[in-house]
Ligand binder design. Structure first.
Ligand code: TIU
Length: 219
């Protein structure tokens, strides 16, 4: 089914497509997590939750493959490069104890995907140590085993983990579509710029579309 997308229609091949939800975890969306320790106002990100939930509901109803990611590190920090942990002047560093448990550590309350988008049994949940969903995760091999060639992206933040994951996907041969109202940044002008650069030059990284355009094309 053709989706009304930019810079031109995205030909959705639903049986070979996966919905990829990037890092909709409490760390980024709720106060007291990694996002806030970096100095950000996390309330901005909460606005996309209803649109994300509507797409997830429809995608599940159509029987599609769903992938959830979390930015997460092992409790011993063996997968967290010191360069990442020591960068800048956050109020708490990765691994420190915050109000939602240890910051950005797998298994801690802050690292859980928000209730509104909680993974269902059988859906892939990928813990990723980097910004991109493909680095050190085995995601590509798991998608290949499922015959997936197209990825529909939602999640946060647009110019950090979402854009990095889309670029990684593009280099691995996937067609990638970003749902514009299902992604957000702490910096609205960065979201706008990321959307523009993804679809520039004839979809150099991928496509973008409003979620309504996807919903209209689902089987
Ligand atoms: N800080 C920021 O904008 N994002 C991240 O650190 N990770 C994700 O985007 N998930």
């Amino acid at each position: 089914m053709p989706i009304d997308a930019q810079p031109f229609a995205f030909g959705l091949d639903f049986p070979r497509a996966a919905l990829v939800i990037i890092d909709m975890q409490r760390d980024f969306v709720e106060p007291g997590g990694f996002g806030e320790t970096l100095g950000n106002d996390v309330s901005l990100l909460q606005a996309i939750v209803p649109a994300c939930a509507a797409v997830l509901r429809a995608w599940r109803a159509a029987g599609g493959v769903v992938v959830h990611t979390r930015e997460a590190h092992r409790p011993d920090l063996s997968d967290c490069p010191p360069a990442k942990r020591l960068r800048g002047k956050p109020s708490l560093r990765i691994g420190d104890v915050g109000p939602m448990g240890r910051i950005l550590i797998a298994g801690e309350p802050g690292n859980q995907i928000i209730d509104a988008l909680a993974p269902a049994p059988g859906e892939l949940v990928i813990d990723k140590p980097g910004k991109g969903a493909f680095y050190a995760t085995g995601l590509h091999e798991r998608l290949q085993a499922l015959g997936v060639t197209q990825l529909v992206f939602m999640g946060v933040t647009t110019e950090v983990c979402v854009q990095t994951s889309m670029r990684e996907a593009n280099d691995r041969g996937y067609d990638a579509l970003l749902l514009e109202d299902c992604t957000e940044s702490y910096f609205p002008h960065f979201k706008a710029a990321a959307i523009e650069m993804i679809r520039a030059q004839g979809a150099i990284v991928g496509w973008t579309a409003p979620s309504q355009a996807l919903l209209a094309a689902l089987p």
